[in-house]
Write a protein that binds this ligand. Structure first.
Ligand SMILES: [Ca+2]
Ligand SMILES: [Ca+2]
Length: 97
Protein backbone atom coordinates (compact mmCIF):
# COMPACT_ATOMS: atom_id res chain seq x y z
CA UNK A 1 0.00 0.00 0.00
CA UNK A 2 1.42 3.43 -0.88
CA UNK A 3 0.58 6.69 0.84
CA UNK A 4 -1.74 8.00 -1.89
CA UNK A 5 -3.95 4.94 -1.47
CA UNK A 6 -4.17 5.62 2.22
CA UNK A 7 -5.24 9.21 1.62
CA UNK A 8 -7.86 8.09 -0.90
CA UNK A 9 -9.21 5.56 1.56
CA UNK A 10 -9.28 8.12 4.30
CA UNK A 11 -11.25 10.51 2.09
CA UNK A 12 -13.64 7.79 1.10
CA UNK A 13 -14.29 6.88 4.72
CA UNK A 14 -14.90 10.52 5.52
CA UNK A 15 -17.36 10.80 2.67
CA UNK A 16 -19.17 7.68 3.85
CA UNK A 17 -19.40 9.03 7.37
CA UNK A 18 -20.80 12.26 5.96
CA UNK A 19 -23.21 10.15 3.97
CA UNK A 20 -24.65 8.54 7.12
CA UNK A 21 -25.20 11.96 8.67
CA UNK A 22 -26.80 13.35 5.54
CA UNK A 23 -29.05 10.34 5.14
CA UNK A 24 -30.38 10.79 8.67
CA UNK A 25 -31.08 14.44 7.90
CA UNK A 26 -32.98 13.51 4.74
CA UNK A 27 -34.88 10.79 6.62
CA UNK A 28 -36.33 12.61 9.64
CA UNK A 29 -38.84 9.86 10.49
CA UNK A 30 -36.02 7.30 10.47
CA UNK A 31 -37.80 4.58 8.47
CA UNK A 32 -34.74 4.04 6.26
CA UNK A 33 -36.13 5.58 3.09
CA UNK A 34 -36.49 9.15 1.88
CA UNK A 35 -40.01 9.82 0.68
CA UNK A 36 -40.91 12.55 -1.80
CA UNK A 37 -42.54 14.38 1.08
CA UNK A 38 -39.37 14.23 3.19
CA UNK A 39 -37.21 15.36 0.28
CA UNK A 40 -39.51 18.29 -0.47
CA UNK A 41 -39.41 19.35 3.16
CA UNK A 42 -35.63 19.37 3.14
CA UNK A 43 -35.23 20.86 -0.30
CA UNK A 44 -36.15 24.24 1.17
CA UNK A 45 -32.97 24.05 3.26
CA UNK A 46 -30.97 23.97 0.04
CA UNK A 47 -33.11 26.76 -1.47
CA UNK A 48 -34.71 24.41 -3.94
CA UNK A 49 -38.11 25.42 -5.20
CA UNK A 50 -40.77 22.83 -4.12
CA UNK A 51 -41.89 22.29 -7.74
CA UNK A 52 -38.31 21.74 -8.76
CA UNK A 53 -37.78 19.48 -5.76
CA UNK A 54 -40.42 17.10 -7.16
CA UNK A 55 -38.58 16.95 -10.49
CA UNK A 56 -35.26 16.36 -8.79
CA UNK A 57 -36.78 13.68 -6.61
CA UNK A 58 -37.88 11.78 -9.73
CA UNK A 59 -34.27 11.81 -10.93
CA UNK A 60 -32.95 10.68 -7.57
CA UNK A 61 -35.44 7.82 -7.23
CA UNK A 62 -33.37 5.56 -9.46
CA UNK A 63 -35.79 2.61 -9.55
CA UNK A 64 -38.94 4.76 -9.56
CA UNK A 65 -40.62 3.14 -6.54
CA UNK A 66 -41.49 6.51 -5.00
CA UNK A 67 -38.81 6.63 -2.32
CA UNK A 68 -35.03 6.78 -2.05
CA UNK A 69 -33.58 3.79 -0.23
CA UNK A 70 -30.27 3.76 1.58
CA UNK A 71 -28.83 1.79 -1.35
CA UNK A 72 -30.01 4.37 -3.86
CA UNK A 73 -28.71 7.17 -1.70
CA UNK A 74 -25.31 5.44 -1.49
CA UNK A 75 -25.25 5.27 -5.28
CA UNK A 76 -26.17 8.95 -5.55
CA UNK A 77 -23.63 9.92 -2.95
CA UNK A 78 -20.83 8.10 -4.79
CA UNK A 79 -22.03 9.74 -8.01
CA UNK A 80 -21.96 13.14 -6.35
CA UNK A 81 -18.37 12.83 -5.18
CA UNK A 82 -16.79 10.70 -7.86
CA UNK A 83 -18.72 11.01 -11.12
CA UNK A 84 -17.22 13.13 -13.88
CA UNK A 85 -20.59 13.14 -15.61
CA UNK A 86 -22.32 16.47 -14.92
CA UNK A 87 -25.64 14.85 -15.73
CA UNK A 88 -25.25 12.02 -13.20
CA UNK A 89 -28.30 11.82 -10.95
CA UNK A 90 -26.18 12.27 -7.84
CA UNK A 91 -25.20 15.74 -8.94
CA UNK A 92 -28.83 16.79 -8.53
CA UNK A 93 -28.96 15.75 -4.91
CA UNK A 94 -28.51 19.30 -3.62
CA UNK A 95 -30.22 21.03 -6.49
CA UNK A 96 -29.22 22.23 -9.94
CA UNK A 97 -25.82 23.85 -9.43
CA1 LIG B 1 -38.39 8.42 5.86
CA1 LIG C 1 -36.38 4.06 -5.15
Amino acid sequence: MNSSQTVAQFEQENHLRGFQLIFDVFDPNGDGTISGHEYRGLATIFNIDPTQADEIFLRLDLNGDGSISREEFTQLWINFWYSEDEDAAGNWMFGPY
